[in-house]
Design a protein around this ligand. Sequence first.
Ligand code: PEP
Length: 250
Amino acid sequence: MRKKIVAGNWKMNKNLVDTKSLLEELKSKIGDDTTAEIIVAPTFVNLSTASESLQTSKIKVAAQNMHQEDSGAYTGEISADMLKNIDVDTVILGHSERRAYFGETDELLSKKVNAALKHEMSIIFCFGEELQDRRNDNHFTVVENQLKNGLFHVDTSSWKNIVLAYEPVWAIGTGETASPEQAQEMHAFIRKTIAGAFGQDVADNVTILYGGSVKPNNAKEIFSKEDVDGGLIGGASLDSESFSAIAAAI
Ligand code: PEP
C-alpha cells in the first residue's frame, strides 16, 4: 500500500531561532499517532538543528535541493554525502522555483536523481505545467515529458525511493489551487504514465503528492481524491497551526 505524506517546504524562510520554535510547536501539535508521514524541509543551514531536534519525533527532515556531484569545486553547493552525514536522507528535487530561478533543466535533474539514488536517499520529485501550458491544453504533454526526461531512466527497483509531487506552477504561492477534480485528473494520468513505463505494481505503490496553495480549508477535499496521496505545502507550512491542520486532514 502506498504511503500518505504531508511535506512542508519552508523555502528561504525561518532563521535558526524561528526554526527551533516552529519545530517545537510542530512536535507538540503533530502527535506520534499520525498515520501519515510528516516531513519538513528547512533551509540548508538549519538542517542539522532540525535533524537533531526531530531525532525522537515521527516528523522527518528533508533538504530542499542538493548538488549532483559527491564533492569538489562547486562553491556554495551541498552534496548527498553531506546530507546523509547529518541524518537527512530525503531531498526535494526539481521544485519549480529551482527550475525557473536557477535554471535547473530536466537533464540536470536526471543527474541529481542518480546522485540521490546512489546514496540511497529518498526523493520528492517536483514537476508541473505553467499556466500557458494549461491554457494551450498542453499540460499532459508537459508533465509527461518532465517525468520521462527527469526520471524514466531509473531502474524499476528505484521507485521505492521516489515520491512524486505534481505542482502546477500557476497554483504555487498564488492562492489559486487546482480544483480537486483537476488534481485527480492529472494524478490519474501520472499513475497511468508510470504504469505504462514501469508496470502497474510500481504505479499502484508510488505516492503522488499535490502541491499548490494547499490550505487547511481545502486540504481535506483535495486529499480525498483517489490518486492524491498527500501534499507538498509551501506557505501554509510556515505556521504550526495551519501545517498541523493540513497534516490532520490526511
Ligand atoms: C510549493 O512551493 O511547493 C508550494 C506548494 O507552495 P504553496 O503551498 O505556497 O503554493
